[in-house]
Each structure stands twice: as C-alpha cells, then as structure tokens.
Design a protein around this ligand. Structure first.
Ligand SMILES: C[S@@+](CC[C@H](N)C(=O)[O-])C[C@H]1O[C@@H](n2cnc3c(N)ncnc32)[C@H](O)[C@@H]1O
Length: 349
C-alpha cells in the first residue's frame, strides 16, 4: 500500500459525510488519496496550495497533516495492464471488474483467457484492498441469481466483509447474489425514508437495502424477504453485526410471505429484482397501503425502456384495480449495448 502525506480535515465520524459533501462542493477534496477512519475520527484528504488554505482557514475545520493511502495505485495497475494486453484490451478489463470487500471479481473476455493468470496477479498486486481475485465463469444463474466463479489469484475463499453507506455486511460471493453497483440507489432510498415508515424489501439478498435503510432511519420498521437460505443466514448475521433492532429477515418466497403476513402493510417497497421483476408487481400492490411508494427496478431496452417499464406498472395497476402516480424515474446503469437498468418510483393510491 502506497501512502502519501498531505493536508486532511479531521472530523468526528458522525459529521464526516456532511463535511465530505461540503468539501466536494468547495472543490477541496483530494481525489488522489483515500479518507481514513481512526477511532471516533475520520480524516478527509484535502488539496494543498494557497487558494485551498485560504478557503479552509475560514471554515472552522481542523486541518492536520497525515499519511493517507494513495490512489496512484490504480494508475500503476492501468499501466501494467496496458503493457500486458495493449491499450484496447486493457480498457475492456478495466471496465469489467468489481471489488466486494477484499475480493476482486473480474470478467475476462474470451480472447484474453490465455492471459488470465497474469491479469489475476496484476489485480492482486495493484488493488490495495485485494486479497482474492475471482473470475466470472458464467452469467447469473437460477432463481438465486448466483454467479459461477473460478479462483484466479490470492487466497482461496469466497467469503468477505463489505462496507457501504455506513453498514458492514458479511457475504459469500459464491453463494449469494451481491452487486456493489447499486450503492447510490441504496443511498437515495435511505434519504427518502421517513420516521415511522414500514418498509418492505421483497428480494432482500444479504440485506443491503434493508440494512442501510434500517441504519439510516432507526424509527422505520424494515422487513426483508429472501428465498436463498444462505443469503438469509448472512442477512440475519448482518442485522446482528450492525446492531439493528428495527430490521427483520424472513426466509421464503416473497409472494407467499406477503399473502400470509403483509397485505396492506407497507408505506414503501423496494423491489431490487431487476430480472422479471414485473412478474412480481402484483405482490407490491398486495403489500401496499394507500399512499405507498414503490421503487421498481427493471432491465429494459435502451430504446423506449422507460415506456416499457411504465407499461408494466400500468398493466399491474389495472389488474389490481388501483390508481397509481409516477413520481420519479432514472437510468440506474447501462447493462449492455441494448439493455439498461432503470428505476421507476410510483405511488399507489
Ligand atoms: C437481484 S438480487 C437482489 C439482492 C439484494 N437486494 C441486493 O441488492 O444485493 C434478487 C434476490 O431475490 C431473491 N429472490 C428471487 N426470487 C425470490 C422470491 N420469489 N422471493 C424472495 N426472494 C427471491 C434471489 O435469491 C436474490 O437474492
């Protein structure tokens, strides 16, 4: 791990996120070093120079000089990959890997199969957090949406601890679905939930949506339903790990569990089952109280995708005999040349 000394704002943990946003807004965050937490304090790297010092001096923030982990590592990684694969191929690999805790998961294009061991070693050497490198050995499969993975480099394990939006989660990437790519959506939902809300997450996985909402809104009651027993085991452990009293994990099929316990219960429903999620929209209508907001995630065509997704919702509303109002929509992420993932927020009367 390469460290670099420089100025940083020292701030109490509870004020760190707000201060980070403020510093980003002022253009003062140093993007070449990582923030660090020590005990009750967080060190936020800021840029040096006269202008920055002047802006910071009137801010009332405590400025210290500390060594923080440098981001330059990524640059070395890029260079090493370019040396090994050439510019074009390197670009493809760079855009196709995720880091979950200390595990790197990389999708290696077929034409680079012969170089996979070297790619694995480069990832291990260059990604500061990496202790394990795994290769995707197929698409997401079955109802549990699990990706087959093969070992490429580092320690031989698939279990890790991942932190996101102030929540720690243990999970096994070989036994459950997990994607760090929805972290900004989870943050968005956290900020929308109001005190006292009853929130239902019918496809909860190891609990990222449910846990983060529960942590962010201690006065909300959050229930996650999940079909994969391994995912529920981690979900329950993660509730204990984060000491959350307002989050409940239920093992079972979302449709059956809602019919049994949650008809007309929810003020808010997050439906993070993008594949075939529209087939479960009837479950959302069943669980919704009047005024309930649903966050519906769906994979749709790049062309006309929003109309397609709204069409699913309108059709389900018609079948349920309920009125709806669309309140928000956006592209969550591109998926392929012809598909994207979108979220549609709508209110059920
Ligand atoms: C796309 S994943 C989302 C997981 C989690 N919310 C996340 O963001 O990491 C969908 C999850 O739904 C679960 N699932 C699939 N069908 C289900 C059903 N009928 N009832 C409950 N959960 C289901 C799968 O096992 C999987 O964990």
């Amino acid at each position: 791990m390469v460290k670099k000394k420089g100025p940083a704002v020292r701030i109490r943990k509870k004020n760190a996120e707000e201060t980070r946003k403020k510093l980003v807004g002022m253009g003062l965050m140093d993007k070449m070093r990582f923030p660090m937490q020590r005990g009750e304090h967080v060190y936020l790297p800021v840029v040096g120079g006269e202008e920055a010092e002047e802006k910071l001096s009137g801010s009332g923030l405590e400025i210290v000089r500390v060594e923080l982990e440098a981001r330059e590592i990524r640059k070395n990684f890029r260079q090493k990959l370019i040396e090994l694969l050439g510019e074009e191929h390197a670009k493809g690999v760079l855009s196709s890997y995720d880091i979950v805790g200390d595990i790197v998961i990389v999708d290696i294009p077929r034409e680079l199969e012969g170089k996979k061991t070297e790619i694995g070693e480069i990832l291990l050497e260059s990604e500061a957090r990496a202790k394990v490198v795994l290769q995707k050995a197929g698409g997401r499969e079955g109802e549990f949406r699990i990706t087959k993975l093969a070992h490429l480099a580092g320690e031989k394990r698939t279990e890790t601890t991942y932190s996101e939006n102030g929540v720690r989660m243990n999970l096994d990437v070989g036994k459950v679905y997990f994607s760090p790519r929805l972290s900004h959506e989870r943050k968005r939902l956290c900020e929308l939930v109001k005190d006292g809300e009853k929130v239902l997450v019918p496809f909860a996985g190891v609990g990222p949506f449910a846990l983060e909402i529960g942590k962010f809104s201690p006065c909300a009651h959050v229930v996650g339903i999940e079909l994969n027993p391994d995912a529920v085991r981690y979900f329950e452990g993660n509730i204990r790990l984060n000491k959350l009293k307002n989050v409940e994990a239920i093992l079972g099929d979302a449709r059956a569990v809602v019919k049994e316990r949650f008809v007309g219960w929810a003020d808010r429903i997050a439906m993070p089952l993008p594949k075939d999620a529209h087939e479960f929209l009837d479950v959302a209508f069943l669980a919704a109280k009047p005024g309930c907001i649903v966050h519906f995630y769906s994979f749709v065509d790049v062309e006309n995708g929003f109309t397609q997704a709204r069409g699913f919702v309108e059709e389900a509303a018609r079948k349920a005999g309920r009125k709806i109002e669309f309140v928000f929509a956006r592209e969550v992420r591109p998926y392929s040349a012809s598909k994207m993932q979108v979220v549609i927020d709508f209110k059920i009367d």
